[in-house]
Ligand binder design. Structure first.
Ligand code: ATP
Ligand code: MG
Length: 445
């Protein structure tokens, strides 16, 4: 017999979210659901993997995400696919969810539904990046999308308002919202060409003390907008002198952006314009935005979003406008934790300290009743000595110990001990239930 005592570990870039932190995650996601639903968004649940081609076509073949970050696998033809000529398929774990939302929108004919499709999603994404603080290979996003016939700036503004309202409710307040317009198919190509020409010039004759790195040099041909995204110190002086898209927007895009800013002001939303905000995915048009938060070091973007008016058509659907965002949950939570502004989360309310077999049936019964009114209750499965029992109640962070011993059974009462100050009351079952329930209502309010 071979002995194999190898310990398994979570794969690099993945991690376990353990209690009590998981409660913070649930609260954060629930706050998003509540906020989004108050804006009449509804949840869409999507597959975790899709055809690789869906991502390549929507995100763009020359993006880091598609080029080197996707987890891709192929399978032979499905055993149950009897189709003639069924061939091998290539699938990828989703690196983001907008492509899937758009695929689902088209596949389910959602353009025939009344009004705009206002959808949100919550779940894990996968990118093979170098793991570090705030950057994981399995990470989590909460996103929202609006798809429909209108590209009114009020839609962009409402989406951004919803996002910032959510952050406020989730006590993520030390944030900055950046906005930009990156034009559309009428004006962006000319701007990109202009940028390319300027970049070629500086590539040939770099100004003293500056030069473009290999990534930017490559992007001159493939994706010059991405150069604006660069954080390399030796490129900053060059970038500062490049032509700005705001000077090259067509009239329609310029007006759309001006209206968006008016709409944001109307809604009392503070923002900063950032002409270098271009976003990493190819499908964006016009409005782009990003939110950064404190306490995160260089991985400080907690949300990215923008308009993607051509995407539905690109994926074979009818002409449709779209806008959305994706929040990085991992980073948002890190920022909340660093700020120390943690919400009051549900904790263990009652530890049932029962002693003596005679007390056991009463303990089981009252536990069921307390749980029935929504309290978190721990009932030890085996009898414990009084001191040990109260010690465990304390370590588990219980608010109360409910003591049930011989005295209590004989007198038909319960002893409720508030563990923080050792204050003790003797109560009938009726009074006990009423007391704990009303207290729970008060702490919720
Ligand atoms: P970054 O520039 O930080 O790599 P991104 O532009 O790749 O971000 P998006 O694709 O716009 O990010 O995704 C939206 C949000 O998802 C980001 O703002 C970030 O909060 C989060 N995010 C993206 N990649 C990761 C990752 N590998 N780990 C954790 N969060 C991530
Ligand atoms: Mg990235």
């Amino acid at each position: 017999m071979t002995e194999n005592r190898r310990q398994f570990r979570a794969i690099k870039g993945t991690r376990d979210i353990l209690p009590p932190e998981s409660a913070l995650w649930n609260w954060f996601e629930q706050t998003a659901r509540n906020t989004f639903e108050s804006y009449n968004f509804r949840e869409i649940r999507l597959p975790i993997f899709e055809e690789t081609e869906l991502f390549a076509r929507s995100i763009g073949a020359d993006t880091d995400v598609v080029n080197k970050e996707m987890y891709t696998f192929s399978t032979g033809p499905d055993a149950d696919t009897k189709e003639e000529g069924a061939s091998a398929q290539t699938y990828s774990l989703r690196p983001e969810a907008t492509a899937s939302v758009v695929r689902a929108y088209i596949e389910n004919g959602m353009q025939t539904l009344p009004g705009n499709a206002k959808l949100y999603y919550v779940g894990p994404m996968f990118r093979r990046e170098r793991p570090q603080k705030g950057r994981y290979r399995q990470f989590y996003q909460i996103g929202a999308e609006v798809l429909g016939q209108s590209d009114a700036p009020a839609i962009d503004a409402e989406v951004i308002e919803m996002l910032m309202t959510f952050f406020k409710r989730a006590s993520l307040t030390r944030t900055t919202l950046y906005i930009n317009s990156i034009g559309d198919k009428n004006c962006r190509p000319q701007y990109v060409e202009l940028l390319r020409e300027e970049l070629r010039k500086v590539a040939e004759q770099p100004p003293a003390g500056s030069k473009l790195g290999p990534d930017s040099l490559r992007r001159i041909d493939t994706n010059p907008l991405r150069v604006l995204d660069s954080k390399l110190p030796e490129e900053q002086a060059i970038i500062a002198k490049l032509p700005r898209i705001s000077d090259h927007l067509c009239d329609a895009c310029r007006e759309h952006f001006a209206k968006l800013k008016e709409e944001l002001s109307l809604r009392g939303i503070a923002y900063e314009e950032n002409w270098r905000l271009v976003r990493g995915l190819d499908y964006y048009t016009r409005t782009t935005f990003e939110v950064i938060a404190e306490g995160l070091g260089s991985q400080n973007a907690v949300c990215g979003g923008g308009r993607y008016d051509g995407l539905v058509e690109l994926l074979g659907g009818p002409p449709t406008k779209g806008i959305g965002f994706a929040i990085g949950t991992d980073r948002a939570i890190l920022s909340i934790q660093e700020s120390g502004k943690l919400p009051q989360l549900p904790a263990l309310a009652v530890f049932v300290a029962w002693m003596g077999q005679a007390a056991y049936p009463t303990a089981v019964n009252i536990t069921r009743k307390l749980r029935g009114v929504g309290l978190a209750v721990e009932l030890p499965a085996e009898e414990m000595k009084f001191k040990k029992s109260l010690g465990l109640a304390d370590k588990l962070g219980a608010r109360y110990a409910l003591i049930i011993g011989e005295d209590e059974v004989n007198s038909g009462t319960f002893t409720l001990k508030h563990l923080a100050d050792s204050d003790q009351k003797k109560l009938s079952e009726f009074d006990l239930l009423e007391y704990l329930e009303s207290e729970r209502r008060d702490t919720r309010a």
